[in-house]
Design a protein around this ligand. Structure first.
Ligand SMILES: Nc1ncnc2c1ncn2[C@@H]1O[C@H](COP(=O)(O)OP(=O)(O)O)[C@@H](O)[C@H]1O
Ligand SMILES: [Mg+2]
Length: 384
């Protein structure tokens, strides 16, 4: 249903989870993991399809690594079932699973060269020498480390080490690669660049990736789909656009990006819009789901979807408000404005800095009276 609302720039083969006949590569059925009395993963269900780059996203301690380790076979579910490629994994040890795991700290052998680190697993599997050489050649090319094959890990940068770890995991040609915070050891700039690299490599090899991350931007950049986790449960599963533009609850609206969240009551429910009374007045919201008059709801309005102006709108429009600039955060490419409305409520608005100011004092500034407007389709209506 959500899929219908989003422009489908990709076809169904790119989005196999929309096709109910497609056999998923991974089936997680009612999986729970307890450590003593503590429930780390609580009765989760999930299908992941061949070729996906699927992210498990959530704050520290929400159960991401535990779930990943159950897929790898390093942890045994307390209850529930995991199937990979149609086979029940209950009695299958890690080394017999069609999976490989890339650990958070990369776990490279410090005394071995890049080449030997990558060859290690293949030698363990007793692959013919020629094949090992061919595979290493191809994988070094893929991760662009041909010129570094004789180096030891400590002679490499953080980004290069990350690529060795990736190469070592991919060279075994698993059906499923599990990556725990793969970019966690890199600094911000390198991490952003590496996100694209990782997604490109995944696309080229076509191997299904399940990536654990606590970084929402990383999840948004990398994924075909994201499962947002909290306290061992899935709060929402969807594509980056669905998660960002159509959050199902306040937790997701607030966790992914930022949002002004207001409590309200449905006062009118007509065919094309819903009228919600909040402490900043009545909002007119495009109709997107069945609602009940009188029901308590929440609305979320993203800061970048609000238009800020020093001039009052020329025509009256339903979604507008007036306030005073209380604070400004200058980020260079954009600014965050904190606007105090007449009700006392503070609303965050972000605006791109498209034009370089002619002087240092320019445009909207502290204490100015400003007008906020937004489109009825920009307001997200949440039931919980
Ligand atoms: N072996 C273990 N024994 C006891 N508690 C554990 C064990 N592994 C993880 N936990 C607990 O389970 C919760 C989830 O851990 P984890 O899956 O590592 O979280 P995340 O990767 O999302 O940060 C945490 O509270 C953690 O302390
Ligand atoms: Mg973890």
């Amino acid at each position: 249903m959500l899929g219908d609302q989003i422009s489908t720039d990709q076809n169904a083969t790119d989005r196999p989870w929309l096709n109910s006949d497609a056999e998923p590569l991974i089936r997680i059925r009612g999986v729970t993991k307890k450590f003593g009395e503590f429930v780390a993963v609580n009765n989760v269900d999930l299908d992941i399809h061949q070729g996906e780059l699927f992210c498990l996203l959530g704050g520290s301690g929400c159960g991401k690594t535990t779930l990943l380790r159950m897929l790898a076979g390093f942890e045994v579910p307390t209850s529930g079932q995991i199937l990979i490629d149609g086979n029940d994994m209950s009695d299958v040890p890690p080394y017999e699973r069609p999976t490989n795991m890339m650990f958070q700290n990369y776990a490279l052998f410090p005394h071995m060269s890049v080449e030997k680190n990558i060859a290690f697993g293949l030698q363990q599997d007793k692959l013919p020498k020629d094949e090992i050489e061919d595979r290493i050649h191809a994988i070094l090319k893929l991760v662009e480390l041909q010129d570094y094959k004789k180096r030891k890990p400590q002679q490499l940068s953080g980004g290069q080490r990350q690529r060795v770890a990736l190469a070592r995991a991919l060279v075994k040609e698993p059906k499923l690669l599990l990556l725990d915070e793969p970019l966690g050891a890199l600094d911000k700039k390198l991490r952003e660049q590496t996100q694209f690299e990782l997604a490109n490599i995944q696309d080229q090899v076509g191997i299904t990736f399940v990536v654990v991350t606590h970084d929402q931007e990383e999840a948004m950049t990398l994924s075909t789909r994201i499962a947002v986790m909290d306290k061992g449960e899935f709060i929402q599963i969807g594509s980056p656009t669905e998660i960002y533009e159509f959050p199902e609850n306040r937790f997701v609206a607030d966790f992914i990006g930022s949002a002004n969240i207001l409590e309200g009551q449905i006062v009118e429910d007509s065919a094309d819009h819903v009228q919600v009374l909040t402490d900043i007045g009545e909002l007119n919201i495009e109709h997107s789901q069945p609602v009940q008059k009188g029901a308590q709801v929440w609305v979320a309005l993203r800061p970048e979807k609000i238009h800020l102006s020093a001039e009052a709108p020329s025509e009256p429009q339903p979604n507008q408000s007036k306030g005073i600039v209380e604070d400004i955060g200058y980020l260079g490419n954009s600014s965050i404005y904190k606007i105090r409305l007449e009700s006392g409520r503070i609303i965050d608005v972000t605006a791109p800095n498209q034009i370089r100011p002619k002087s240092r004092s320019h445009g909207i500034t502290w204490e100015d009276t400003v007008y906020l407007t937004w489109d009825p389709s920009s307001v997200m209506l949440l039931n919980k």
